[in-house]
Design a protein around this ligand. Structure first.
Ligand code: CP
Length: 307
């Protein structure tokens, strides 16, 4: 693929290839090697129209570890603030001959629009409520490292599904790989017809989703995308859809607790659960570097890594 826009577009074999490549390239991280020459001479532009800590930093570290040159552009300090359109911004960046644009944008579909207009590769670092493919891949990598497989796992995804690009990428990726996905969240945050995205089960009660789950993935309430009134209130949300030790006990013993970050501590999960032995939240962040190395490698035409 020239671009990686959505996990919906990837086959089981393509997802497996990316996960295998990430596992191989992670050897570089495990051995604390700061740089390999694999993508020397390639230029990566990180173009972020929305805030990010994990995704932007790990794409930059991933690119640097593969010896790419990297440039970061944040919309809020760029000429976007003077009214420049996405097409004009992209064409001006393109005039400087980058090989890859990694973009985060608040509008669903912005990457598809961009990819059709530029000759370089485009990687989606999150578009509106559509997809966040690198997050879905790093989540699957983290699960596969613990369980050795994805097929047959019960994965509960709980929270603000409506606004969650992380949920959509995980639904597409996990169901393609044969996992069973159970969704739970307030009806106000559960889009009508979501079950049609893949083989997913929608639960009214989070306990039903968490019951005997191998993985419990909690999502952040995206306050920046809500209307003026939050329904349910934060307190009600924490009571009915927050993960605490009592609810976690319903999952399989040792079940993984995951969260893409940033966390609203005390809302979607208690601080105790966020920091407990079953939490893989920081492992997800570490795996983000390996997955993004694999994505950069593949859009540059990399062959499957060996060894
Ligand atoms: N998970 C995630 O996308 O985090 P950031 O918004 O910090 O990149």
């Amino acid at each position: 693929h020239k671009d990686i826009i959505a996990l919906k577009d990837l086959t089981k074999e393509e997802i497996e290839l990316l996960l295998n490549t990430a596992d191989s390239l992670d050897e570089i991280n495990r051995r604390d090697i700061k740089k390999v020459p694999t993508l020397r001479g390639k230029t990566v532009v990180n173009l972020f129209y929305e805030a990010s800590t994990r995704t932007r930093t790990s794409f930059e570290i991933a690119a640097k570890r593969l010896s790419c040159d990297t440039v970061n552009i944040t919309a809020s300090t760029s000429s976007v603030t003077k009214g420049e359109t996405l097409s004009d911004t992209a064409n001006n960046i393109l005039a400087m001959k980058p090989d890859i644009i990694v973009m985060r944008h608040s509008i669903s579909g912005a990457h598809e629009y961009l990819a059709k207009r530029v000759s370089c590769s485009v990687i989606n670092a999150g578009d509106g409520a559509h997809e966040h493919p690198s997050q879905g891949l790093l989540d699957m990598l983290t699960m596969r490292q613990k369980y050795g497989k994805l097929a047959g796992l019960k994965v509960a995804i709980v929270g603000d599904i409506t606004h969650s690009r992380v949920a959509r990428s995980n639904i597409y990726g996990l169901t393609t790989m044969g996992a069973q996905v159970f969704l739970a969240g307030p009806p106000t945050m559960m889009p009508v017809g979501i079950e049609r995205l893949g083989n997913v089960t929608v639960c009214k009660d989070m306990r039903e989703a968490v019951d005997q789950a191998d993985v419990v993935m909690m999502l952040r309430i995206q306050l920046e995308r809500q209307g003026k009134t939050l329904l349910p209130s934060m307190r009600e949300y924490a009571r009915y859809f927050g993960l605490n030790p009592e609810v976690l006990k319903l999952a399989k013993p040792g079940a993984m607790v995951m969260h893409p970050g940033p966390i609203n501590r005390g809302v979607e999960l208690s601080s105790y659960v966020a920091d407990c032995d079953q939490s893989y939240i920081l492992k997800q962040v570490s795996n983000g570097v390996a997955i993004r190395m694999a994505m950069l490698y593949h859009v540059c035409g990399g062959e499957p890594a060996e060894g």
